[in-house]
Design a protein around this ligand. Structure first.
Ligand code: HEM
Length: 149
């Protein structure tokens, strides 16, 4: 959910918004709208590499989906002037953290993965995902000295 305050009166999707109104944009719901996403609840990361059909009256096909706030069907970092200033850092950090964790550990789950969500700011899981990590090498720092291992 991101919030904005209207400065002037405007019309959004046929609704008149008076000035000085606090508005909440439900980006969670937009990202799960079946009008734009095929089987939106299916965990299929590959969908982000496939063309996507979007738009209401005059559909267009995008060859990729941009996360930086230009494609409004997917706004993980918000959009416009108050969009997330940490976006570039977050994108680089995520890649580095996930890559290092996969390089250093094997992950074992005790139960099957339940993707159901509970309410919260960051879409937390309804059932916590408990993992057991197994080190993939004697010592992670050894990798720095012997990268070929
Ligand atoms: C995956 C990681 C992250 C996600 C998904 C995320 C998402 C968001 C979203 C949706 C907003 C609201 C944007 C809007 O209203 O249009 C926001 C705002 C903000 N984020 Fe992030 N963020 C992430 C990481 C970070 C990091 C790493 C930093 C700082 C180092 C950061 C700092 C901020 C700040 C300061 C704001 C408020 C901006 C403002 O109100 O002008 N975020 N973020």
């Amino acid at each position: 959910m991101i919030s904005r305050k209207s400065v002037n009166e405007c019309i959004v999707a046929g609704h008149t918004i008076p000035p000085n109104t606090l508005l909440f944009v439900n980006i969670w719901s937009i990202g799960r709208n079946p009008k734009y996403w095929e089987n939106p609840l299916e965990f299929r990361p590959k969908r982000f590499l496939e063309p996507i059909k979007t738009g209401d009256d005059d559909p267009i096909t995008r060859n990729f989906i941009d996360v930086k706030g230009q494609h409004f069907e997917f706004l993980p970092f918000g959009s416009g002037r108050r969009g997330c200033p940490g976006m570039v850092l977050a994108m680089q950090e995520l890649l580095a953290v996930v890559a290092v964790m996969m390089q250093c550990f094997d992950f074992e789950t005790t139960k099957s993965v339940d993707m159901a969500e509970r309410p919260g700011l960051t879409s937390p899981r309804a059932t916590d995902l408990i993992c057991r990590l197994k080190l993939r090498m004697d010592h992670p720092l050894k990798m720095l000295h012997n990268p070929q291992d």
